[in-house]
Write a protein that binds this ligand. Structure first.
Ligand code: NAD
Length: 281
């Protein structure tokens, strides 16, 4: 049996082709869409995430305004900027890139963003809606994982899904989205005992641990569908949390890294934007 390679770029392109007419329709009447990204210092991973977001937004003709604050910036300065952006009619989305310096209480900072401009689902209001099962923006990576699974033709309803990782931006919101899809969800973390038992019992395994090549073939069955969210550097090369070379031929389907979940994540921000603007559901 040869395994299915799940191609994130193709999935991303198909979502793009659905969203392009929606955004073009809005812009064609002379209206504007600006997106603001607030970030601190010069963290290389933050800068690389911002570059990839800029590239995606550019494809849709959407302008990105970057607000780079020194790490020592006082809280009042950043809050003032968020308030300005909240009331700017052309600004349709506000994101705050991690890492946020220690003098800020992240929750306090995120809470200042108007929920109607919260395209990264950072605010407690939108996170609460997700928890309660109401429509709205969702954390982009978690939303991307659902798209990757469904658009690859795999059923979620009634399936056992094991998620490795419980972070606020990936594992936890993904578990909520999977429940919405009627999956039976097991969430694993660093204190989980017998991880291979938990992953082997699942029809679908989503790995978001942030540990390069953590999971080898002993964690899977030949029927496993493996979604690798990890983005790590090992010996100068990009790799996932799954040992791809060891696993790829021994499971039913797998996402590569790079080229799996990553390309779908940035396009998902556009999806969130259209939801918040009332242009799509
Ligand atoms: P995080 O460090 O906040 O959380 C990692 C989670 O994995 C924790 O809940 C931890 O308990 C769990 N974990 C760690 N080691 C484990 C182990 N040995 N066994 C079981 N559980 C373990 O990370 P995050 O922000 O969720 O990101 C995870 C990975 O996903 C990173 O590699 C990150 O770069 C990547 N990521 C990718 C995208 C994308 O678009 N593909 C987006 C965001 C994050």
């Amino acid at each position: 049996m040869s395994s299915q390679l799940i191609k994130g770029k193709e999935i991303s392109a198909s979502i793009q082709s659905e969203l392009t007419p929606v955004i073009e329709g809005y812009l064609s009447s002379g209206r504007k869409i600006n997106i603001a990204i607030i970030y601190f210092g010069n963290d290389p991973s933050a800068e690389s995430y911002i570059k990839s977001k800029e590239k995606t937004f550019k494809k849709f003709g959407i302008a990105i305004n970057l607000f780079n604050f020194p790490e020592t910036t006082e809280k009042a300065t950043v809050l003032k900027k968020i308030h300005e952006l909240n009331t700017d009619p052309d600004c349709k989305g506000i994101m705050i890139e991690m890492p946020v310096p220690g003098q800020f209480d992240k929750l306090e900072l995120f809470s200042e963003i108007y929920p109607s401009k919260d395209i990264d689902c950072l605010t407690p209001y939108n996170y609460g809606r997700l928890l309660l099962g109401y429509p709205g923006p969702v954390p982009a990576t978690a939303g991307a994982v659902i798209e990757v699974i469904k658009r690859s033709g795999f059923e979620l309803s009634g399936k056992n899904v094991t998620v490795v990782g419980r972070s606020n931006i990936v594992g936890k919101p993904l578990a909520l989205l999977l429940l919405r899809e009627n999956s039976t969800v097991t969430v694993c973390h660093t204190k989980t005992k017998n991880l291979p038992e938990k992953t082997k019992q699942a029809d679908i395994v989503v790995v978001s641990a942030g540990k390069p090549k953590l999971l080898g073939e002993e964690y899977f069955r030949k029927e496993s569908i493996v979604i690798d969210v990890g983005i790590n550097f090992l010996e100068g090369k990009l790799c996932g949390d799954v040992d791809y070379d060891n696993v790829s031929e021994k499971v039913k389907a797998i996402t590569p890294v790079p080229g799996g979940v990553g390309p779908v994540t940035s396009i998902f921000l556009i999806k969130n934007l259209t939801v918040l603007m009332g242009l799509s559901k």
